[in-house]
Design a protein around this ligand. Structure first.
Ligand code: SF4
Ligand code: SF4
Length: 245
């Protein structure tokens, strides 16, 4: 194979693939990096590295603005001296393996979702990406995309990633074109800089704009995942008003 091939798969189709330290291409996929990070990716990485979200963003990421949407986009800063490698790759593999981003877990699949207008239920769609440098297809275990997502622990990530997709879809419908600077900063604070958002929300009074029960607020004070759910809802209401559908 000399060119990248893609193949649509349903959640129950079978594909054969394995990746381990024994493959001849070990670590090849961690070079030439163009790695987007979702809010939950950042939550996991900064927690695993025992950093604040602000310190993590400053040291490991670059933040761009999507030219058509005006939305902030966070990418991992590649190591310029090492073939644009990921800053977390070592000769023994990924040093943040337990908290690696969703896209690293999902590879060699790509996942998209659609939501039913009638029931609100999500349907997953998959694409198998066969890149010439990736030798994991030569020997492997037959699995379905659904099984791969379970084995790689991606469902926990996609719980949050799908909430983010809902906000982006709402933004594209309700606020087409580039977002204004104030709204983009708000989006960045709430979704990507969670520790700064906690201070903004609780200590600077921003929580007054969101009606939440005391138990939810108490959980969000101490638990990042609860805070992220609240932050997504807060950002949604700040951008689209109290009844955003
Ligand atoms: S986070 Fe880990 S798996 Fe993902 S690109 Fe970096 S080193 Fe590779
Ligand atoms: S088999 Fe594919 S995913 Fe695994 S190390 Fe090689 S290039 Fe990366």
């Amino acid at each position: 194979m000399t060119e990248t091939e893609t193949q649509p798969l349903s959640a129950r189709d079978i594909f054969t693939f394995d990746c381990s330290q024994d493959v001849p291409c070990f670590n090849a996929c961690c070079r030439d990096l163009n790695q987007f990070l979702t809010p939950y990716d950042i939550l996991r990485l900064k927690t695993g590295l025992a950093m604040t979200s602000g310190a993590f963003l400053a040291q490991y990421t670059q933040i761009h603005t999507g030219p058509e949407t005006g939305l902030p986009v966070v990418v991992l800063k590649p190591d310029t001296g090492r073939n644009l490698q990921c800053p977390f790759v070592t000769t023994k593999g990924c040093r943040v393996y337990m908290d690696r981003p969703a896209s690293c877990r999902t590879y060699p699949l790509m996942r998209a979702v659609s939501r039913s207008r009638e029931t609100g239920a999500l349907t997953e769609h998959f694409m198998l990406l066969k890149e010439p440098h990736c030798r994991g297809f030569e020997t492997g275990t037959p699995r379905t995309p659904r099984q791969w997502m379970i084995d790689q622990g991606v469902d926990e990530y996609n719980r949050f990633n799908d909430m983010l997709l809902d906000i982006i879809s709402l933004k594209n419908r309700r606020l087409p074109g580039p977002l204004d600077l104030k709204s983009a900063r708000l989006f960045q604070l709430a979704l990507y800089d969670l520790d700064a958002f906690r201070i903004h929300f609780f200590d600077k009074g921003a929580h007054r704009g969101l009606t939440a029960d005391p138990a939810t607020l108490a959980a969000a004070r101490t638990t990042d995942t609860d805070l992220l759910v609240l932050a997504l809802e807060w950002a949604r209401r700040q951008l689209f008003g109290p009844d955003p559908t």
